[in-house]
Design a protein around this ligand. Structure first.
Ligand SMILES: *Cc1c(COP(=O)(O)O)cnc(C)c1O
Length: 233
């Protein structure tokens, strides 16, 4: 049975569309807040907010400290809709033009490769960026390897067009509450970053819910915001 909202959507747009339960989204964000009470929350709304519709979800999650998307295109859709939160581009960008756009729209790119680092080095600008640097501590996907990170960090630290650096990694196996690989990843991450006086981010939903030691300054929940369990079981 369709409710009034659905009937209205059908009348206005000619086809039924997913109705977002804004209250549930807000409650899930609140759960993230109370679980990681000392952390700021980057709500991950990539992939069209996991299929739920990026703009309505961002509106419902306006209490987030920042949003995370994969691509520039998604960030532009949010800015076009008037959403003003800081937005982290989880896959980063590759050209000085895109960096300039980031600086002007308060988008914060993740740098995870030397190629992206080089484009930052070749970008001359008077506007400054906040940049997230990703370390690959075991996900084996994106990020500077443990051996490469110190050199990459030294180069990032020298850039005059960067106003703030944040360091992050992504957990591969936090969905298994017993998995020792999460502890290994965390130990590697801490070893590389304990001496840096910058904000840090490790937790996805599973890390947030099951691995308190991964909370740090920023948590990055995705799945749990949509009411999906991040756990294997
Ligand atoms: C997708 C993603 C997240 C969110 O992960 P969930 O398992 O959905 O909570 C966090 N960080 C990064 C870098 C991501 O790509």
């Amino acid at each position: 049975m369709m409710d009034l909202e659905q009937l209205r959507a059908l009348a206005l747009h000619g086809e039924p569309c997913a109705i977002i339960d804004q209250t549930a989204l807000r409650q899930n964000l609140q759960l993230a807040r109370t679980t990681a009470s000392n952390s700021k929350i980057l709500s991950v709304i990539k992939a069209n907010a996991y299929g739920h519709g990026i703009v309505p979800v961002a509106r419902a999650l306006s209490d987030a400290d920042a949003f995370g998307v994969a691509r520039l295109k998604e960030a532009l859709a949010l800015r076009d809709a008037g959403i003003m939160h800081p937005i982290v581009l989880l896959e980063g960008v590759y050209s000085p033009h895109d960096l300039e756009l980031c600086a002007r729209l308060n988008l914060q790119p993740v740098v995870h490769s030397f190629e992206q680092l080089e484009s930052l080095e070749s970008w001359t600008s008077t506007v400054k960026l906040t940049v997230w640097c990703k370390i690959d501590t075991g996900m084996n996907r994106l990020g500077f390897g443990v051996d490469a990170f110190p050199a990459a960090w030294a180069r990032l630290s020298r850039l005059s067009n960067v106003q703030q650096l944040i360091v992050m990694t992504h957990l591969a196996d936090a969905d298994d509450r017993q998995d020792l690989r999460t502890q290994t990843q965390l130990a590697r991450f801490k070893q590389l970053t304990d001496s840096l006086s910058v904000e840090r981010s490790v937790s996805n939903s599973a890390g947030l819910l099951a691995w308190q030691a991964t909370h740090m300054e920023w948590v990055r929940p995705g799945l749990m915001l949509y009411g999906m369990s991040p756990f294997a079981d």
